[in-house]
Design a protein around this ligand. Structure first.
Ligand SMILES: Nc1ncnc2c1ncn2[C@@H]1O[C@H](COP(=O)(O)OP(=O)(O)O)[C@@H](O)[C@H]1O
Ligand SMILES: [Mg+2]
Length: 456
């Protein structure tokens, strides 16, 4: 097994001969008598081999050969010498998304990210975007979106990919039976598919509720709580978060506080403003909550409130953008620190939060201990990612963890996102991390598609 970068050329010849440059011909130990199987995705074509005088690693494919296995374009790509008479071009990596706005924005607001990722894969792999309706299951092909050098799109039909990176844009779309069976079909065909779907908060807490390692970093959480349970947690911790299990961006989140002499407080965001209500009794608080959210809190989670470190009286928390690398290990690709807006329950930018580098934020809260605290948080982030993966039945390759650090320097996880946004990478100082994040996706796709050399 060996891995080489090679330059694929398209020739006008009609024959079924693959012409291979001298150095590549020798390193693949080819001979004129041999037939060579050339693979792309799950398509294979058999060709005769001839050497041509040329330096470097070059392959010349006739139109007959390239059409049969649907090679999307010429240029550099990896060649995996899988067995004596077989080489595979690729990997062929499909990015699954949706959200058509126009032909220049086939993936809606995700189009820019998908372009960036395709560009990272340029000259190494065949990256393309596709939507569920672009798959032809009976022919086992995908009508993919490929990127021109000028940033415009062109369509090419290619074999089913070697690996699928799932960035389907909505929870709703994902719960349908069509998408469920689509995922199952990829897996049944042995095509690695990551990540499986959006997470629900209560699913993640449940996943970890027997994992001793992880539980230490998870605030006490109860899904679908009764009024009595909320009261119990409030009395125990003095404040709790009340969050919709399938929510995001801080929507529908309450911070409930109990102050023995003053009563009960509910803080939340409504109509672009921060609201603070006071209640004399617990029953009065619950009457209001039920009026807003119905008789049962089935879709909600109540969670122990954590006293986060603060800057200028505003709580601070962190987004850890985690990836699996080319050796299948979890790594932290980038960290954004977020300071909550004044009076806001969450740190989201759209609720007045401010994005900072972790170094800046932590030096203002932990001074000379900042480096140590950050290293500890990174270890926890890796540990939590491993714990989620170990307890989750599907394949994971990327996670966005919302972590908090309390005044004692303890690290807590509030939420794990399986389709993390990339807004932290907009910070000018976090651009290199944004690029590293894309590189990890590429590396991990190489790993999953088994495009690896003898030594890697
Ligand atoms: N248990 C908690 N204690 C303290 N702060 C919390 C707690 N839960 C959430 N938060 C704050 O609210 C923010 C949003 O909560 P999160 O669980 O990430 O929900 P969302 O899906 O809306 O992002 C967190 O980033 C954190 O700042
Ligand atoms: Mg969050």
């Amino acid at each position: 097994m060996s891995l080489t970068l090679c330059n694929v050329h398209f020739s006008d010849k009609k024959d079924r001969v693959v012409y291979v440059s001298g150095p590549l011909y020798r390193s693949l130990k080819l001979s004129d008598k041999k037939k060579l199987q050339i693979k792309l995705g799950r398509e294979t074509v058999t060709a005769s081999v001839k050497a041509v005088k040329r330096e470097g690693n070059h392959v010349f494919l006739s139109s007959a050969l390239r059409q049969q296995i649907r090679v999307p374009k010429s240029g550099n790509v990896f060649m995996l010498h899988a067995s004596e008479n077989e080489v595979q071009l690729g990997p062929l990596v499909g990015i699954l998304s949706d959200g058509y706005v126009s032909s220049s924005l086939p993936f809606g607001s995700r189009t820019g990210f998908i372009k960036d990722l395709i560009r990272i894969g340029e000259k190494k792999a065949y990256f393309f975007g596709f939507t569920p309706k672009d798959i032809n299951w009976s022919q086992e092909t995908v009508n993919g979106y490929f990127l021109n050098a000028d940033g415009s799109w062109y369509r090419k039909t290619v074999p089913l990919p070697d690996v699928v990176y799932n960035r389907l844009p909505s929870r709703k779309a994902e719960t349908g039976s069509y998408i469920s069976s689509l995922r199952e079909r990829f897996v049944r065909k042995g095509i690695p598919f990551f990540n499986w779907s959006y997470f629900n908060k209560s699913d993640v807490y449940k996943l970890l509720d027997k994992d001793v390692e992880a539980l230490r970093h998870l605030p006490e959480s109860v899904s679908g709580p009764s009024d009595a349970k909320i009261k119990e947690l409030l009395e125990k911790h003095h404040f709790v978060y009340f969050k919709p299990s399938g929510g995001s961006l801080g929507a529908g989140i309450y911070r409930l506080t109990y102050q023995p002499k003053q009563g009960y407080f509910a803080r939340y965001r409504s109509g672009g403003k921060n609201v603070l209500l006071r209640f004399g009794t617990f029953q009065a608080l619950m009457r209001t909550m039920h009026a807003r959210h119905g008789s049962s809190f089935g879709g909600y989670v109540v969670q122990q409130g954590i006293r986060l470190v603060e800057i200028e009286g505003c709580p601070l928390d962190f987004r850890f953008h985690m990836h699996k690398n080319g050796r299948n290990e979890w790594v932290t690709a980038g960290i954004g620190a977020k300071k909550a807006g004044k009076g806001s329950v969450t740190t989201h930018i759209k609720n007045g939060g401010v994005l900072m580098t972790p170094g800046n934020a932590l030096s203002r809260t932990f001074g000379s201990q900042a480096g140590e605290v950050l290293e500890k948080a990174k270890r926890v982030a890796v540990k939590m990612s491993e714990a989620i993966e170990r307890n989750y039945p599907h394949r994971l390759g990327e996670l966005g963890l919302d972590l908090g650090i309390d005044k004692d320097g303890e690290v807590w996880m509030f939420e794990a996102n399986a389709k993390p946004g990339r807004s932290i990478f907009k910070h000018p100082a976090l651009k290199p991390e944004g690029r590293a994040s894309l590189e990890y996706i590429l590396e991990h796709c190489l790993y999953l598609s088994r495009f690896r050399g003898r030594d890697s």
